[in-house]
Design a binder for this molecule. Sequence first.
Ligand code: HEC
Length: 400
Amino acid sequence: MQAYTIDFVNLLLRWLHVIAAIAWIGESIYFVMLDNSLRTPKSSEDREKGVFGEMWSVHGGGFYHNQKYATAPAKLPNELHWSFWKAYTTWLSGFALFVILYMVNPGFYLVNPNSSWQWAANMSGWQANLLALAFLLGGWVVYNELCKRISPNMERDGLLSVAVAVMMVVVAYLSTQMFTGRAAFLLTGAVMATAMSANVFFWIIPGQRRMVKAMKAGEAPNPLDGKRGKQRSVHNTYFTLPVVLLMVSNHYSFIYSHERAWIAMVLFIFAGALIRQFFVLMHAGKTQPAYPAFGVGLILLAFGVTAPTATLPSGEGVAGQPDQAQITQLMEQHCVQCHARNPAHAGFSAPPAGFALDNWDEILGHKAQIQRVVASRYMPLGNMTNMSDEERDIIAAWEE
Ligand code: HEC
């Protein structure tokens, strides 16, 4: 009952998380498009009022006319639309999901028994939980310090982008050494997503509040607040595509359980940012196909980097063919605790990934998948049933 309840809450949280993320990112992509699509206003009256750019659009059967003021209009209207709850809801629901998916069972969802770092491979569950939290918090602190130190007045934003890119390479590398591949992808995405939400919470919204307050008091708003909000929201824009990839990567063990997973992660992060750049420029009227072309090149590189490698169990040293009895016995010994119609292992209300390996038809039906996850050492999860490389070799040698 407890496992079932957790699964049900998981489903509801994921529903909320995806909806909030769509609403937030959709709006954020819309505003970047709007900003870059602004053209000098046609009417001199508007220009005199301080309108610096305008966009006409047609949508949902109506015509819209957006106008942006250089800093602010002479007088603020009483009603002003703010956007922040979508960002906060996305982060809060995402964090809650992380807690119930990973932190409730850190022993096999966070701790990476194959880590080349001995201390990481031997971490206890609560140590892994604390490390994951420190990792998220540390990611934000380092990113925020980089912004504050390198480009406090938005004068060296180019250099800052390079520093943030280097930071992401380090984050990708560290995460895969310290945690399971699946958690590493998620946490690297979460470092970026946390920076995005924290940018909204600590900088963009407070800056806007100061601007509104100054104007209500009849003072000129500090232009640095506006520029800093812009700086952070530009970062958010380049984070969005990589974050979405890293979040959905959870369904693709071939990539995150690969020994070079961190390189693939880095390639995808850069590819996502480059592809985003294309759209940003396109709305500003500049079409530069070199950006997505380069991005696609990086994705092709990732395809090569995460191809199955020769160091994995291949079954070559195994004499003869394993028979049905041998395979069934290995499944029973290493897999059915979890992959059964009624899993004996605590924490599962149904067979994980939707299939049971307690009968021969199911085993045969998932042969290719079984061989892939056993060879990549992704399964048994956390190698908690201690499958040896010799046993993995037998699975790899199985042809029938
Ligand atoms: C401790 C519990 C546990 C054990 C033991 C275990 N699994 Fe899994 N398995 C899981 C969970 C949880 C998932 C879902 C994780 C995910 O979505 O990537 C999963 C997913 C899978 C998948 C789908 C993932 C993919 O990328 O296709 C396959 C195939 C699989 N397991 C095969 C096996 C085999 C074969 C064994 C035995 C050698 C095994 N598992 C042992 C818990 C377990």
